[in-house]
Design a protein around this ligand. Sequence first.
Ligand code: NAG
Ligand code: NAG
Ligand code: NAG
Ligand code: NAG
Length: 252
Amino acid sequence: MFLSFVVFAILWMPVTVQSVKKRSFLAKPSWDDRISNIEFVAEHQAPSRCTCAAMCDINCGCFGFNSLVEKCRIHRSCDLVNMTSTENGWRYYLINPPPDCQGVMKSGETTSGLYVIDPLGGRQRLVTVYCDMEIDNGGWTKYEDFSIGDESTNYTLHLGGPNTGNLGDSIINPGLSDANLNGMSFSTVDRDNDRWNSGNCAALYKGGWWFNEFHFAFLNGPWPPENWTIPWYPTILSVSNITEVRMMIKPA
Ligand SMILES: *[C@@H]1O[C@H](CO)[C@@H](O)[C@H](O)[C@H]1NC(C)=O
Ligand SMILES: *[C@@H]1O[C@H](CO)[C@@H](O)[C@H](O)[C@H]1NC(C)=O
Ligand SMILES: *[C@@H]1O[C@H](CO)[C@@H](O)[C@H](O)[C@H]1NC(C)=O
Ligand SMILES: *[C@@H]1O[C@H](CO)[C@@H](O)[C@H](O)[C@H]1NC(C)=O
């Protein structure tokens, strides 16, 4: 794993029937006899609340069960303000999604894919993210203490130490002080925020990145990679050895 970003994407995914492992749910009796139509995924026949709960998989944030008609409604999320329809017999249950991909993994999921997580807690903002569950068999470097400044800093890169992994550190201590990328602003082809006085690294190297006057790490080179220069010196000398790079974040 290199450093770090998660791409957030809210996508619809079909719900497959599988059991809810180690996930608790909370009944909302005060919502009784209402139904929600927001973030509605599916409606199934279900003989019991228990069967219905089992249909609410990791991508389901809440479900409604109606014992009168033995029906189960699966949703990504539910909110009382959006439960504007009324229908007798419904009771809704909220699932507690894990806070991060590690929590998804602990809940028993073993395949990479899109999962609903609750990063802020308290269901303030449920998001669907891609969680990589596979052991990384490529090269990786992990940096601690990652953050990015806001727009007023031009998205300054901040990485703390130490770093671990099998590719070594090409960002903070690259062995050439004007290639240290820690603390650099982000440059793009039309925003020259690097420290190179006679040109724009992002234009020259064909990709937005945190450049100093030079770089020994550059994970955003062009593809096909024939013009991708110095992806991760000195451990990766040839871009022909790269099939994919990923930047991911996880809580410390
Ligand atoms: C739920 O209702 C609120 C308040 O009416 C509205 O702002 C929000 O967009 C609704 N959510 C969805 C997903 O429709
Ligand atoms: C941010 O980038 C813009 C455009 O390159 C530049 O004019 C401005 O001075 C930069 N601000 C900082 C704080 O580096
Ligand atoms: C690589 O750069 C050269 C010189 O700018 C250019 O002619 C060539 O088309 C580029 N290759 C690709 C795949 O973009
Ligand atoms: C890089 O790729 C070349 C062939 O494209 C191969 O000969 C070489 O062993 C690879 N190096 C590494 C470190 O995998």
